[in-house]
Design a protein around this ligand. Structure first.
Ligand code: C2E
Ligand code: CA
Ligand code: CA
Length: 692
């Protein structure tokens, strides 16, 4: 007799299908089904395991039920006795059955059929729930995947936007932690955080999985940057490791990219920037040039930087350069690029090609650099000379534009310093002239193109020749006779002055030693450039050369200009003292034209003053000029120095210097500089005149 109603079956169907989960559906189905057929026990067996057991007491359901008894079998259940059991298959795809057991009455065919129906309904509901759950998992997984991709993309954007490395790495660990619900950290090679998992991953360069003391899975993935192991990304998670390892690997890969990128950026920055000032270097500057069409350029060279660098030291020099870079940056406009070309040279690539604004920018820079710098507690004063090149006159080829600006700067330095000069094509011709002159000069010494003339030094009281000044001449096959004023600065710049100077001294010493056989007291004056004086070994070379020529050191006076003594006084004075100690005499040439104070004369080891011809020329003019010259001569006498009046060009000048009590003179009016052959007759000649 069926005990159920259609109503009950309908309710069963609705309830099972409405159950929120598979487990809930099973529990509900077992209970309702047992109720409907008035069974004492019920259970769903899936793969040999009980689900939703009902009425079986607290213990586990008897194995006899779980092994699925044949329909209608009687099963002895402990604590309950014999029950009639009916298993009903759940249906396709589900290896399981709904099993119910009743104490008294066996199940009739109708009941079995109903139970079968209920089992199949349950099966269908379970499949539905499973599909739903699978779909939910899938959706959750897709969402997680989408979030992973989203996070990785955000990190990627951070990397390509050159966000600070630490920010990117934090985003990676943070993103991984959020997505995995895990503790994540990045261990970098060289970090001294003790993390065995990270160490293992780095050593093996492979994924390393372990379980920690708290039972969490530790996943460590090596982070590779630029082909080498840079660290490891470590995640501590609960749950299936395999699932997470992929994602940890994805984040580790991002960390590797970020690190590689940061290194590349750093290397690129390093290769293209000057580490002292942080400015772009020449290479990057020229590159920036190529990216800009028709722009002007400033070439900046600091004045007096070398002196600061030499006296305050390299570190202070670097600090000064960095400070200069900052000031230059403060003077340019948005869109201008400042670079350090090397040494104390900077350049500005202008945003446009306008002449006026280029010059204005240059003048701003000069004014800014002229302000004192505070370096290591001292005030430091320097300056800048600037050349400007514009595409209109200098073309648009970067290297050429830059070298034109360099030429203009060179001119600015010569005319200035502290000027802005705009390049003009004529400067190019001048530079070519300079370069070819320099090339010819390099061959001149070996080619025997140098010669000496000698200008007598005369006793003014009687016109006797007491000595000669050697004056260098260059007989260039291509150019004819070139004046020393034209080629000596180039010889100094080209580093040729040392060899030339030695040749002058050796030739003149041999010559004067020969003349002294006829006139024993004859003296020799030789001009020395400042570069020569400061050359190591100069003092020894001079004494050796004079000894080789058999000319006593006391017969020789070296002439130096005031500027030489003032620009670098300490080493100069040192060398002068050593020369003086060897008997060589010293003279200050062109005296009065320099910026030295007369007071310093006292401290210098000097024997002679050569009063510049500019003063001698003025002796004819007013009484005031006369007073000036007389003061200079007076001073010389007070200091016990020999005074020589240079450039006596006429009788009036000769008379004037004689009246002023000047003992020695030199000048066209007395004798012009002459070839050596013309000197001996002068030595034999009687005195030119008697003092007035
Ligand atoms: P300085 O040492 O002042 O030489 C005197 C210059 O004045 C010479 O010019 C000489 O020819 C010229 N002079 C002499 N008397 C008169 C005169 O009455 N009126 C005028 N207007 N000029 C007169 P120079 O030979 O052209 O030499 C120019 C400069 O080149 C020299 O000036 C000297 O500083 C330098 N120099 C010449 N030879 C040498 C050398 O062998 N070594 C170095 N380092 N410098 C040299
Ligand atoms: Ca001289
Ligand atoms: Ca002179």
């Amino acid at each position: 007799m069926p005990t159920w109603s259609t109503q009950q079956l309908t309710e069963y169907f609705i309830a099972v299908n409405a159950a929120p989960t598979e487990d809930a559906a099973v529990a509900l189905a077992v209970e309702r089904a047992a109720e409907i057929v008035e069974a004492e026990v019920g259970v769903v067996v899936l793969a040999g395991r009980p689900h939703g057991a009902w009425g079986l007491g607290r213990g586990a359901p008897a194995p006899a039920l779980l092994t699925l008894p044949a329909a209608g079998a009687v099963v002895d259940l402990p604590g309950l006795g014999d029950v009639h059991a009916v298993p009903s298959q759940l249906g396709s795809g589900l290896a399981g059955a709904l099993v119910v057991g009743r104490l008294d009455e066996p199940f009739g065919p109708e009941e079995r059929q109903t139970l079968q129906g209920m089992a199949q309904m349950l099966g269908a509901a379970m499949r539905g729930a499973r599909a739903l759950a699978a779909e939910q998992t899938l959706r959750a997984e897709r969402e997680r995947e989408a979030r992973l991709v989203e996070t990785l993309l955000a990190i990627q954007r951070g990397i390509s936007a050159r966000r600070p490395l630490q920010e990117t790495l934090d985003a990676i660990t943070g993103g991984a932690a959020e997505l995995l619900g895990a503790q994540v950290r990045l261990v970098l090679a060289g970090d001294d955080t003790s993390c065995p998992a990270a160490d293992a991953a780095m050593r093996s360069e492979e994924l390393y999985v372990d379980e920690d003391a708290e039972g969490l899975t530790v996943i460590a993935v090596p982070v590779l940057a630029a082909g080498e192991t840079a660290g490891a990304l470590v995640a501590r998670v609960s749950g299936a490791e395999g699932y997470h390892a992929d994602q940890v690997e994805a984040f580790a890969q991002q960390a590797g990219l970020a690190l590689t990128d940061a290194r590349t950026v750093e290397e690129v920055h390093e290769a293209h920037h000057d580490h002292v000032t942080g400015l772009p270097n020449r290479a990057l500057f020229l590159k920036a040039f190529h990216d800009r069409d028709r722009a002007g350029v400033l070439f900046i060279d600091l004045d007096r930087f070398k002196a600061v660098n030499d006296s305050l030291g390299h570190d202070a020099g670097d600090k000064l350069l960095a400070a200069v870079a900052g000031r230059i940056r403060g003077c340019v406009r948005v869109g201008d690029t400042v670079a350090r070309l090397g040494g104390d040279e900077f350049a500005v690539l202008l945003g446009d090609a306008a002449r006026d604004s280029a010059v204005a920018t240059g003048e701003r820079i000069i004014a800014a650099v002229r302000e004192p710098f505070r370096i290591e507690g001292r005030s430091v004063y320097i300056g800048a000379s600037i050349g400007v090149a514009l595409p209109a006159t200098a073309g648009a080829v970067p290297d050429e534009l830059l070298s034109c600006a360099d030429l203009a700067m060179y001119r600015a330095k010569k005319d200035g310093p502290g000027r802005v000069v705009v390049y003009e094509p004529a400067m190019h011709a001048a530079a070519l002239h300079y370069l070819s002159l320099r090339a010819d000069l390099q061959r001149a010494l070996a080619g025997g193109e140098f010669a000496l003339q000698y200008q007598p030094l005369v006793r003014l009281d009687n016109g006797t020749v007491v000595g000669v000044e050697a004056l260098l001449r260059w007989n260039s096959p291509e150019r004819g006779v070139v004046a020393p004023g034209e080629f000596l600065p180039i010889a100094e710049e080209a580093g040729l002055i040392g060899d030339i100077g030695q040749w002058v001294l050796a030739s003149a010493a041999r010559q004067v030693a020969a003349w002294r056989r006829r006139r024993p007291g004859l003296t020799l004056n030789v001009n020395i450039s400042g570069l020569e004086l400061l050359r190591p070994g100069f003092v020894e070379d001079v004494t050796r050369t004079l000894a080789a020529a058999a000319l006593p050191t006391s017969a020789v006076t070296l002439e130096l200009t005031e500027s030489v003594l003032m620009s670098d006084p300490k080493p100069a004075v040192l060398a002068l003292n050593r020369l003086r100690a060897r008997g060589v005499q010293l003279s200050i040439d062109d005296f009065g034209t320099g910026y030295s104070s007369l007071a310093y004369l006292r401290d210098l080891p000097v024997d002679e003053l050569k009063v510049d011809r500019a003063f001698i020329a003025r002796t004819q003019l007013t009484g005031r000029d006369m007073a000036l010259v007389s003061t200079i001569m007076e001073l010389g006498h007070i200091l016990g120095l020999r005074v020589v009046a240079e450039g006596i060009e006429n009788q009036a000048q000769l008379d004037a210097v004689q009246r002023l009590g000047c003992a020695l003179g030199q000048g066209f009016h007395l004798h012009r500089p002459m070839d050596p052959a013309a000197i001996p007759p002068l030595l034999d000649a009687p005195p030119l005149y008697r003092a007035a």
